[in-house]
Ligand binder design. Structure first.
Ligand code: V47
Length: 361
């Protein structure tokens, strides 16, 4: 077995990590050395730049067919805390952003038993009617897989209909942990790993770029995290379709795994750095500030992250309901730029496809 020092030298020289070496490096290398390696890698891809965007979320419902143990967002239908926005209510939410400079809407919610593929296409069309220049990044692979199966069409046909309606990108959610055994414990009735991959693979074949996530810091072992990253690396080699990877730290408030607790920040930083090093073919590693909180996000920039997500404008409840520090998550462009420059990097506004935008106000 190689030592972590040997492996680190190899990685520094551009070697691709094997499963065995990744495990040794992750487990044994000091945090500062992982940071050094990940930052060096990040600088090769995006230099001094750290990206952000102007975005908001639309969460049509928190009613969900599935009952994931880590989820603090879901409510049973009919509960006082359940919501199911009508199309007109969502139109009102969307209209508020006309002329605001927002470039992306991220649509994600519970897998509602009654919503059809046509409903999801209509929702995208409504957004595009109100905000024609805003990119729609919509629906996790699990929502997509369900709506497409329910419509009785192939994944390709279903995705094509959504693309025709205006979907431009697919977010990374629903990946959780790919290892089938761990997955069957944390989200026993959720769509499978195979379904998640089928949606992303097909989207890539249709020319749609997607993101990927990993929910870590619960019952999984390092081996499962490495397996997860390796499966993503393998698909990326074949399709070139992943734009960004987002490690999602398990937040433990208000769900049925709460007793597990949350991992230390050092684990977050190691996970970010190892994601950057293993996923040598995914250009962007995103430190999602809403989930980490602002302090950890700033540190994440020293551990390989080159994206912090966007302004959000208090439009998502997934993380505030799970215990994140910001109960009403919102950052101004000025605050985002200050966060990035405070860490010694150069803040760059991007669109959904990582094209650089030139306005700074
Ligand atoms: O799939 C749910 C996660 C995801 C908890 O693609 C939790 O740009 C931690 O995927 N603790 C949805 N995580 C959010 C998501 C996302 C977020 C930001 C950017 C992008 C992108 C994607 O949230 C779910 C699940 O893995 N999640 N509950 C929790 N208690």
């Amino acid at each position: 077995m190689r030592s972590w020092q040997d492996i680190a030298l190899g990685v520094g020289a551009g070697e691709r990590l094997s499963i065995e070496d990744a495990l040794v490096l992750w487990r044994d290398a000091p945090l500062w050395r992982l940071g050094e390696l990940a930052l060096e890698r990040k600088r090769k891809v995006s230099g001094d730049k750290v990206f952000y965007n102007r975005n908001f979320h639309l969460e049509p419902t928190n009613v969900c067919l599935f009952n994931c143990k880590f989820c603090s967002f879901r409510r049973p239908r009919g509960s006082a805390e359940a919501w199911e926005w009508s199309m007109e209510q969502m139109r009102e939410q969307v209209k508020r952003y006309a002329g605001s400079g927002v470039t992306e809407v991220h649509i994600v919610g519970g897998v509602h038993p009654d919503h059809s593929l046509d409903y999801y296409c209509d929702l995208i069309r409504m957004v595009k009617q109100e905000l024609p220049d805003v990119a729609v990044k919509a629906y996790t692979a699990i929502e997509l897989s369900y709506m497409i199966q329910r419509a009785g069409v192939s994944v390709r046909e279903g995705l094509q209909r959504l693309i025709d309606a205006g979907m431009e990108a697919i977010p990374g959610g629903g990946a959780e942990i790919f290892d089938e055994e761990v997955r069957s414990w944390i989200c026993p009735d959720k769509g499978s790993t195979a379904e998640w991959f089928e949606v992303h693979r097909t989207a890539h074949e249709l020319g749609i770029k997607t993101n990927a996530t990993m929910l870590y810091g619960h019952i999984e072992e390092l081996e499962h995290r490495i397996d997860h990253l390796m499966r993503l690396r393998q698909l990326r080699d074949m399709t070139h379709g992943f734009n960004a990877f987002i490690p999602l730290k398990y937040r433990n408030f208000g769900n049925s795994m709460s007793e597990i607790g949350e991992v230390a920040i050092t684990d977050d930083l190691r996970t970010l750095a190892m994601s950057r090093l293993i996923l040598d073919n995914v250009p962007h590693i995103k430190a999602y500030w809403v989930m980490y909180g602002r302090e950890t996000t700033e540190m994440a920039l020293m551990f390989g992250a080159d994206d912090i997500d966007g302004t959000i404008d208090d439009s998502t409840k997934i993380y505030s309901m799970a215990g994140a520090e910001d109960k009403r998550p919102r950052m101004s462009v000025k605050q985002m730029r200050e966060m990035v420059s405070g860490a010694g990097f150069s803040a760059v506004e991007r669109d959904t496809h990582y094209n650089e935008l030139n306005y700074t106000k």
